[in-house]
Design a protein around this ligand. Sequence first.
Ligand code: SF4
Ligand code: MG
Length: 331
Amino acid sequence: TGPVLSIRNLSVTYRIANEDFPAVSDVNLDLAAGERIGIVGESGSGKSTLALALMRLHKHPARIASGSVTIGGTDLLSLGKEPLRRFRWDRVSMIPQGAMNSLNPVTTVRRQMTDTIRAHTRELSKRDINARIEDLLERVGLDRGVADLYPHELSGGMKQRVCIALAIVLEPQLIIADEPTSALDVVVQRRVIETLKDVQSQLGAAMILIGHDMGLMAQSVDRLAVMYAGRLVDDAPIRDFFHDPQHPYSRLLIDSLPSPDELKPLTGIPGMQPGLGRLPDGCPFHPRCPNAAEVCRNIDPPLELSGPSRRAACHMVAAARAGRNFEEVTG
Ligand code: SF4
Ligand code: MG
């Protein structure tokens, strides 16, 4: 069986005043059933835009400029309005950023879950639906009595669990979670992520976890990918990523962590990420890169295989892999 998710040359642009600014550039990524990938990057790196595009939930002025996205064998970009509506939640679901605030404040948990189920299937009786809801609540670690509560009666962690239950209501093949726990305290965060991992692996769904918390990522995913200025610049199995980082940006991210177990957002790197439409020539990271050489200022490095099951977009990494001396290459 092929990958559950297959992204090919995906670019998303923001069209502002008749000009296209790249937000996501030429992303290629495959994800297998049951696999968990983390995507990290500073804010504005394109990770949320990428996540939204994978459900075609990106908003104007963002638009998918090119490429393809295949989920469970279906070409996402070819779907019309109604098939797309059915596709969402059923095949791919999202726990959005600030999900806890996305719950409707004036309806009970039961009502919201019922609406989501009913929007996709007419066959279930009321009793079946209620049994399903109670089972889902228990799977995410909540008491079934939570079904009859309103969002304001729930703690942040409970709301987040309800969002997870909603995301798996129709047993999707792919779950996308965009900083699902960022508003919660550390202990609650870890427990909620554990629950998310449990339900995801029970379903055998693939998962994309978006965030900037390297400590949480280290405990949560099989693979970690890094976005910088709209590009995927690094993608490695989690152990390799932390024990043998290749891309200079990833090295800096890891060096800026106080210890692997401590939580810290990505703030410790000098310089700024270039803004939309202000990309420098060559490697977009070169103004901040401690290893930058002449070639880096002129040629944009492609994301390419840099070891077993890993990729990096960096001239220095490519030179090392080819057994060439980086300084000579740049000479
Ligand atoms: Fe640094 Fe050059 Fe690699 Fe870019 S290509 S990350 S500037 S060494
Ligand atoms: Mg975001």
